[in-house]
Design a protein. Structure first.
Length: 186
């Protein structure tokens, strides 16, 4: 375990398309309130197949979530596909989770402490497949403005395209080649 004690939170996000629950489940460092903005990377987790309740991701994967959060990461998961579902649709929900948390930091106070230029995608089984789809079709969700930049290049968050991500960026998208080019500048 890492140096941080952890805590959990669940709250309504909405907008998920694969069915099931519309909430997000977070595991985060307990001392987040004293951290400066941008302290924590985000890990968006997609669960494996055939969950039969909305609480199963929390119980099945909590030890992994707690381990990551104890090392100073905010772990966000969702439970939209309670049976088998199309991996592309499930990937859209993973991408939506990141975009929704970035677009509305009022969902939880820790979101003001998240550095959305450092986002990891993680999944197990069906969620691992969805994570591959999420990473394979990127879109810029946040790009530093000149005022935010420290002069060392543009930082971007790359998440595959969906309606929420498009809304967060004003509808623009980026191809995989464009995203790789941008992330190499960092």
């Amino acid at each position: 375990m890492g140096p941080h004690e952890t805590t959990t939170s669940s709250f309504y996000v909405g907008g998920f398309v694969a069915g099931g629950n519309q909430d997000a489940y977070l595991v985060l460092p307990k001392d987040y309130a004293t951290a400066p903005p941008g302290s924590y990377p985000l890990v968006a987790f997609a669960h494996g197949c055939c969950k039969n309740s909305v609480n199963q991701s929390a119980s099945d994967y909590n030890s992994v979530f707690v381990h990551l959060a104890s090392h100073g990461m905010v772990v966000a998961s969702y439970n939209t596909c309670l049976g088998e579902c199309n991996m592309v649709t499930f990937a859209d929900d993973q991408k939506h989770l990141v975009a929704a948390l970035h677009a509305d930091p009022s969902l939880h106070p820790v979101l003001d402490k998240v550095d959305f230029t450092r986002v990891g995608l993680l999944g197990h089984s069906m969620g691992g497949g969805a994570t591959v789809f999420s990473a394979a079709k990127p879109q810029i969700v946040h790009q530093e403005t000149e005022e935010e930049s420290d002069g060392e290049g543009e930082a971007v968050v790359v998440v595959a395209g969906d309606a929420a991500a498009a809304a967060a960026t004003g509808g623009g998208g980026a191809s995989a080649a464009q995203s790789v080019e941008k992330t190499e500048e960092v």
